[in-house]
Design a binder for this molecule. Sequence first.
Ligand SMILES: [Zn+2]
Length: 330
Amino acid sequence: MAGYEEMAPGIFKVRQEVRKGWIPFAINLYALPGDKGILFDAGSGAKGAVAHVARALDGLEKETGSRVRRVLPSHAHWDHFSGVSPLAEKRRMEVLLTEAMVPLVRTRRCYREAYQESESALLPKGNRAKEAVRSLQSRLVDELFSVTAGIRAVTGPFTPIAVGDTFHTDAGIWEVLAGPGHCDAHIMLWNAESGILLGGDNVLSSITTWLGPPRSDIVAYQRTLESIRDLPGLSLILPAHGRAITDPLKRTTDLIAHRKKRLAEIREKVDAAGSRGLNAHALVRDYYPNMGPLKRGVAQGWIETTLLHLMQEGHVARTAEKGLWRYRSL
Ligand SMILES: [Zn+2]
């Protein structure tokens, strides 16, 4: 098996699966061969997963006679950048990064600190002993997950790139677009001639994109969705997870409406709780009554981000009560 699939002329999808670990996942990497061909996204850094991608790229180079010797992650989430350094070493690839990605991906420690050690929208900070236990727990979970999922920092030399840069490949010219919201350090590749967008995690076909503190931003995400919807001649979105989006206008319009509806819902629920307010746990249980704690921890991200956004906008305030944040309307 070739290990890649041509999605449109000169655009090849390499699907990488990681079955080990707690949450089996699959990611789509896109190879754009050319004199200075690019691999957009790098997936997991687990050995077998990297070997699969390297084999696919070697085969692709043989078939097309073009090269894929540069690698660029779409954003600073582990399942997009962890394969960068192992692939660069294995295949002598040039690493490309935006300035915004650099402080988040260069060491395991900076990545952990950028995400895990954030303030919770559910739990106020406890006393020092409690916080120490919490930090140790999160560190342990992170280490275990890191080993099974193949999280790797992007070490070694890299070439800085920026929004507005263009890349010439066999599939034409690709422009780097900003796409913050899901993650602040998120870019997309846009081909104006074919109307094809490599959208990273911003628009997925069957699920809504994860949002959660501290690096997601609801307003930025809405703007990104609108900017995608308004791309002239947009015909196809190739996402980092799941199926290709062949009706991009409808999908982005639906997602914009969905986010607006969710924002209004949370505001109404807090309003309805009156001056007593409600705690964020109750809100999460309302949406996900039967979900296990691990899955719920991921699913609740958008609720946390929404509450923090409403607080920032001055619509709600919170007070700590019995070890939980309680939110009420202002
Ligand atoms: Zn992501």
